[in-house]
Design a protein around this ligand. Sequence first.
Ligand code: GLC
Ligand code: MG
Length: 536
Amino acid sequence: MKDENQKYLWWQEGVIYQIYPRSYQDSDGDGVGDLQGIIQRLDHIKSLGMTAIWISPIFSSPMADFGYDISDYCDIHPLFGTMEDFDELLQAVHDRGMKLILDLVPNHTSNEHPWFKESRSSKDNPKRDWYIWEDAKEDGSEPNNWLSVFGGSAWEWDEKTQQYYYHAFLKEQPDLNWRNPEVQEAMMNVMRFWLDKGVDGFRVDVMWHMIKDDQLRDNPTNPNYKSHQATYEKLIPAYSTDQPEVHDIVHMMRKVLDSYDERMMIGEIYLPIHKLMTYYGTDKNGAHLPFNFLLLSTDWDAGEIASNINQYEAALPEGGWPNWVLGNHDQSRISSRVGQDQARVAAMLLLTLRGTPTIYYGDEIGMRDVPIPEEEVQDPQGLNMPGLNLSRDPQRTPMQWDDSENAGFSPSKPWLPLPADYRRVNVKAQSDDHGSMLALHQRLLNLRQEEDALRIGHYKPMEAQKPLLAYMRYTSNTRFLILLNLSHKTCHFHPEHFQFEGTIEIDTLPEREGTEVKDKISLSGDEGMVIRLKHL
Ligand code: GLC
Ligand code: MG
């Protein structure tokens, strides 16, 4: 049980907002978002009540994977601006009392990175061992059966030096060899470079991939593989990911962060709950927030979600702080996964659960996945595995600001298309509408900021029949009852063993806000409510 007098840190009490920089705001008319664009929109983010902004990679890159292939960790890609623009952005974020989190991609570099160019130049180059090079098997085939997340083998043959190198993602993204102390030191220096500038933290890309089995043993086959899945799913990545030694590296990173004041790291980790928990580290010496992606994969069903929340809460290590995610640049948007009406309920869930929420840009106005014609697909994941509908372009489309040409995102044709309905679905239209998704977010974020019970209070599941999800958030003097109808049909909350009296404080149907309730409530389809309970 948490102590109410304990001091909480910004990344515990706050809300994180993720920006995909290519798509937030274009300031120079090239159809691609940039840093000056983000600066122009900081007031939107601040007025929503966000605490921190995480920006997907903005560094030098050939853009084979849209910035997740880095060729210089300590420079800004000209598409996004200059280092001066970055410094200005950091200052502007801090001036508004917010924090800035950068994306750190330590697992792999671009094949254009000078480190890799050296490494591949000859077998005896001093940087040869910075990457994972292996001889072919006797018959010339790959060293083992490992597969690339983006399709095909994870090994690429290098004609010149007659060895294979390993790449968990694109062949343009060779994996670094984290067993090499020089690699470790180089990446710690990258961290120090940004921390010295005043950056508040990192979201660490594919943290669970960072170190591989030292014997490079074959991965076992996955008996549950289905043909509509990516080929990567054919194997269970038992030896290529989540190795015990990864925790030493995470700890090493943590030590760098801890040598500064109140900096933090989030780990991108797609693993089952019990494995995920190990990334908090022993004795809290790991990631501050190993990303909790449960809501991305759980069926949208009250029973399933309730049981996942309870398992997650129960599995948290002593002092481990929870967090929740509804969407990111790799996943279909929440409004598309569960529909626009349920997305409102989902927002209420995200912002009333215990733990730090991360909101993906555009979800605050209910943006949906935008259909991209097959011949216009840009995402390598989509291009490499055609026919499986795996492109991530639909969830990366430009932010819809207003009803003007190109939605106020850019004066030019945006790099990805806008949806047909952007003139109706945009920030400006929703700003003046109390019933809008944006207004709902605003009310939820405000209440969360004002109320300890929601920010740092306890969580208690309440008994409820499907399709209702019910729980309480409370401190010693304030209690909120949260009721979420996860279906389109009406339902009723009439608990046998629990009497209550209170006022609906926030409702997805704003007309009901302020209503007094007692002992039983009927909910409309797709309705969610936050009830302030009277003290009994
Ligand atoms: C992470 C990123 C994803 C990227 C991959 C390879 O999963 O979120 O966008 O493609 O890593 O860097
Ligand atoms: Mg631009």
